[in-house]
Design a protein around this ligand. Structure first.
Ligand code: 13P
Ligand code: SF4
Length: 300
């Protein structure tokens, strides 16, 4: 069946549903969403909705987090196979080994992780609150999972703590190299370089601003510059162009193909038939809820 934005709006009302979309979701998904934002904003939005059904246009860990934070709601995803490769890049063994070896240790889990990894952790973070939360924790030692690039970015700003890493990375952001950013700067010398902290240290060092997707958008709005090289997934250009119509944006990173699985057809199908439901065991919800709630508390 062919779905238009109008048809999706009618289905949303009929099914008492709300649509959440990450900035990396396709333009067509962002255009019909009730909430569009970064990972932190969307996690909070999931706790606040009164609608019976949440359609989450993101990757699987995001749908899981929405279900964990609002278990009485039905959470649907346009494509349940949309997964974040990095979400699996830490192991139970790594966590258990370090917990046994290092005293005064907190396991800090980037929200880009499976529910299982969250349940083994002390607190979750997103890229917009990781520095604040790492500083606020009472422990001297931190095992940061799974993203080593974000972890190293946080560690540089929290020098009073010792950091350990599990070695994970985002394949989309890791694709960007110092050379590719320098070449983009040479082609657009007046442009500011806006970079997500999931990028490597060398890419971050070649940048003018580092922040989460929401922070990148806020920076572009406030900045006096007229051109920007965008070192994160190019889905953010939809909101950047909407909010800054007079400014130019040059995408530097490749697309996250999993995020692009959230098509209008997929949204329509899951709304119409109830397919793509995120199902978690009660015990798994309870175990992963604690670090997510602690994040919401510490990020206030
Ligand atoms: P933020 O939404 O925190 O900017 O993270 C980006 C990301 O990679 C989500 O998958
Ligand atoms: Fe995961 Fe990277 Fe895609 Fe974000 S952009 S969902 S971190 S693979």
């Amino acid at each position: 069946m062919e779905y238009t934005a109008e048809k999706i709006r009618a289905l949303k009302a009929e099914k008492d549903a709300v649509i959440l979309a990450h900035y990396y979701a396709p333009d067509e998904a962002q255009a019909v969403a009730d909430y569009v934002g970064d990972s932190f904003y969307l996690a909070k939005a999931a706790t606040e909705t009164r609608s019976q059904t949440i359609v989450f246009c993101g990757v699987h860990f995001m749908g899981e987090s929405a279900k964990i934070l609002n278990p009485s709601r039905r959470v649907l995803m346009p494509d349940l196979t949309a997964d974040c490769a990095m979400a699996h890049m830490a192991t139970e063994e790594q966590i258990k080994k370090l917990r046994a070896e290092v005293r005064d240790l907190a396991v800090v889990c980037y929200i880009n992780s499976t529910a299982r990894l969250k349940s083994l952790s002390d607190v979750c973070v997103t890229s917009s609150n990781a520095v604040k939360i790492a500083r606020a924790l009472p422990e001297k030692n931190i095992l940061f999972i799974p993203d080593q690039n974000l972890g190293e970015y946080v560690a540089a700003q929290v020098p009073e703590k010792n950091f350990y890493f599990s070695g994970g990375y985002c394949p989309v952001h890791a694709h960007l190299t110092e050379e590719s950013v320098l070449a983009a700067k040479a082609a657009h010398p007046a442009a500011e370089v806006l970079t997500h902290p999931e990028c490597t240290e060398k890419v971050r060092a070649a940048s003018d601003f580092i922040g989460s997707t929401a922070e990148i958008i806020a920076r572009a709005e406030k900045s006096g510059a007229a051109e920007f090289i965008v070192c994160t997934e190019p889905g953010v250009l939809f909101e950047l162009r909407r909010r800054c119509p007079g400014k130019k944006f040059y995408p530097a990173a490749p697309e996250c193909l999993d995020m692009k699985r959230n098509t209008l057809a997929g949204i329509g199908n899951c709304l119409a038939s109830g397919s793509g439901e995120v199902v978690l065991e009660e015990a798994d919800i309870r175990a992963a809820e604690r670090p997510l709630r602690r994040m919401l508390e510490l990020a206030k």
